[in-house]
Ligand binder design. Structure first.
Ligand SMILES: Nc1ncnc2c1ncn2[C@@H]1O[C@H](COP(=O)(O)OP(=O)(O)OP(=O)(O)O)[C@@H](O)[C@H]1O
Ligand SMILES: [Mg+2]
Length: 270
């Protein structure tokens, strides 16, 4: 199936080492991968396995110690500020801590306006910009009128995460990295947010990459699952192959941490 699809992002020997000598940590250790357009990818691993570091490498927030990243088949070049901004039109992220994603001195309307400007909408008439921001907010069930003049930190955790998705709605990146996008909210909002991301994938052709501890989530949402242990991909494949028929002990352990993710619940034993 993957043969007739385009590769959107790949890594070759991608490595990130923090520190030196005794304090050296190999956070990402020579990973190779091809992510295809429209494929739903999950990267699963225990805490400290290198998931966020890999996300930061992919985003270009930190530089690899070794190895290369290719975007749409070409070696990624983000050496200048302009090229970096150009790259960020294509790849965006939703992080564990929504706080860290905002400049706290920017009000919500300017957070959203920045997205319109980044997509080349700087010269659009003001009324049209307001219409776009209103549409983005209503996509995530927020009311734009109630948000103007507020700062992101004045929102609840769940609202902040939805605001991040409103940004994604305006930016329309090709790739969206979601690093534990739903960890701080309840199961109900979690489902809503997943729904919104899936809608963006279907309507905008966005490629979502979920980074999570939650192998149950990975099983339900993804086409391809990558299992990460100590900076390496130890197993990869279709969600069924990896989760129903895991080859690695480590993967089995991750699955056992989340019992009964794919079995029917047996209520007779409760
Ligand atoms: N800036 C840094 N400086 C030094 N070490 C770091 C830095 N960032 C991460 N590390 C180390 O790299 C390893 C991988 O960290 P990373 O944050 O990528 O893990 P993770 O898989 O995202 O974990 P979690 O599931 O807890 O978020 C850890 O050992 C961490 O301590
Ligand atoms: Mg992390």
């Amino acid at each position: 199936m993957a043969n007739d699809r385009k590769i959107c992002l790949s890594g070759k020997g991608l490595t990130k080492v923090f520190g030196f000598g005794r304090t050296k940590t190999v956070a990402v250790d020579h990973v190779d991968f091809n992510f295809y357009e429209g494929e739903i990818i999950s990267i699963v691993g225990e805490s400290g396995s290198g998931k966020t570091t890999l996300a930061k490498l992919l985003l270009g927030l930190i530089n690899p110690t070794e190895g290369e990243i290719y975007f749409q088949g070409e070696k990624r070049d983000i050496r200048t500020h302009r090229k970096k901004k150009e790259y960020w039109k294509n790849i965006q992220a939703i992080f564990q801590d929504p706080f860290s994603s905002y400049n706290i001195f920017n009000k919500i309307d300017s957070v959203l306006l920045d997205c319109i400007n980044m997509r080349g909408g700087r010269r659009l008439p003001k009324a049209q910009k307001i219409e776009m921001m209103t549409e983005a907010c209503s996509f995530v069930n927020l009311k734009f009128e109630e948000l103007t003049n507020k700062y992101p930190f004045e929102l609840s955790g769940g609202q902040q995460q939805r605001l991040m998705i409103a940004r994604v709605f305006l930016l329309k990146p090709k790739i969206l990295l979601a690093d534990e996008p739903t960890s701080m909210i309840d199961a109900c909002s979690r489902a809503t947010i997943l729904d919104m991301l899936m809608q963006l994938r279907d309507e905008e052709g966005m490629t979502p990459i979920f980074i999570t501890h939650d192998i149950g989530l990975a099983y339900y949402v993804s086409d391809t699952v990558y299992i990460m242990e100590k900076g390496k991909f130890v197993e990869r494949g279709s969600a069924d192959a990896v989760i129903i028929h895991p080859q690695e002990e480590y993967t089995r352990r991750l699955i056992n941490d989340v019992p009964k993710i794919y079995e029917e619940w047996d209520l007779s034993t409760v």
